[in-house]
Design a protein around this ligand. Structure first.
Ligand code: GTP
Length: 334
């Protein structure tokens, strides 16, 4: 089985963290996000992954110079300009010469969904495309997908208002596609799979879906990037991962509660870190408070400073002693 993984987006919602690092290379507890995605694919039987790259593609190549990730071989398809979700699939499939059914996943989805069963269902149905659906409380920031009782997709409504959503089942960003689909994606221009390609296939009654309540999270926003990591250390997805890296240095008089502290980070005595992510090499000085926030790589929180309310400090940022940062991104961005 072969898969295309979409990792070329700008990740604007995760700025300022994505100013220096593309979203899928951001660490999730102890390793880059992309490695979780590739290992989920490997468990389903995928042996080759084509990374559909754009923004900061060099950082992926540098991380996996042998074109291999966790026992899965990688190939790189670098778009000359962003082609959007379907354009990127076409470009990557052409570059890799895919001419059999293949899997596509969004590179920012962490899930325990059984991709092998999606593959089997797709083949049993003889579908043109089969997509995974997951259920969320508020479907308004997703593609909402009503189906009939057999799972045939009846519509594809991108980001409806909360009142207008006909169901809470949404596109989980995991698909099996027949190669014929590629012919209907224009080459060399932006094409959205959610807005253009899927609605067209729905009109021809060729799109099918598999519903699943398995763990699923799209870690494209600061809140979900944090949530996914706290789930991993809370043991929500099986054995809990260690919250503190063995290469972090946490003073015995610091209070660290339900937080991830990554390698080479330092938390000094008297500091309190709660429900937060402290990234590699960050420094939390004495008596500082970090609550419900993300301190980016190599950032520094001065003595007695308070970082609260889903604040995010970007790579190497410095918050002076005693300062209060509540609900802000530093540096500020649009
Ligand atoms: P935001 O800017 O925060 O919306 O993030 P994003 O740029 O990653 O967009 P979004 O989360 O909607 O994208 C879904 C998936 O498709 C992510 O894994 C992106 O990396 C990927 N993606 C989005 N646009 C492109 C593109 O033009 N080319 C490629 N190769 N991947 C893309």
């Amino acid at each position: 089985m072969k898969a295309v993984v979409l990792v070329g987006g700008f990740g604007t919602r995760l700025r300022p963290l994505t100013v220096t690092t593309p979203k899928q290379m951001l660490p999730v507890v102890d390793r880059p996000m992309i490695e979780y995605v590739v290992s989920t694919l490997k468990r389903a039987g995928v042996s080759e992954v084509v990374l559909a790259l754009g923004y900061k593609e060099d950082l992926f190549r540098a991380a996996y110079p042998d074109a291999e990730c966790g026992g899965v071989s990688l190939s790189y398809a670098v778009e000359p300009e962003p082609l959007d979700t379907a354009g990127a699939v076409r470009f990557a499939a052409d570059a890799a010469g895919l001419d059999e059914p293949f899997i596509v996943v969004n590179g920012d989805v962490l899930t325990d969904f059984d991709i092998g069963s999606l593959w089997d269902r797709h083949h049993a149905l003889g579908a043109m495309a089969t997509i995974a659906l997951t259920r969320v409380e508020d479907p308004s920031r997703f593609g909402v997908v009503p189906t009939d009782a057999e799972g045939r997709v009846l519509g594809f409504i991108e980001k409806p208002s909360r009142d207008e959503a006909p169901t809470d089942w949404i596109n989980a960003g995991i698909y099996v596609l027949e190669p014929e689909i590629l012919e209907r994606i224009a080459s060399g221009r932006r094409v959205s799979i959610e807005r253009e390609v899927f609605p067209e296939i729905v009109a021809e009654r060729g799109l099918w879906a598999v519903h699943s309540d398995a763990y699923w999270i799209d870690i494209g926003t600061p809140a979900t990037y944090m949530h996914a990591q706290l789930d991993l250390i809370d043991g929500v997805r099986g054995a809990a991962l260690p919250a503190e890296s063995p290469e972090a240095s946490v003073d015995a008089d610091a209070e660290v509660e339900r937080s991830v502290v990554m390698a080479a980070a330092t938390v000094a005595g008297g500091a309190v870190v709660r429900d937060s992510i402290i990234m590699g090499g960050a420094v939390i000085a004495a008596d500082a408070l970090v609550d419900g926030s993300i301190v980016g790589p190599r950032a520094r929180v001065g003595e007695g400073a308070k970082i609260t309310g889903m604040s995010i400090l970007g790579d190497g940022q410095n918050v002076g002693a005693g300062q209060l940062v509540d609900g802000l991104k530093i540096p500020m961005s649009d």
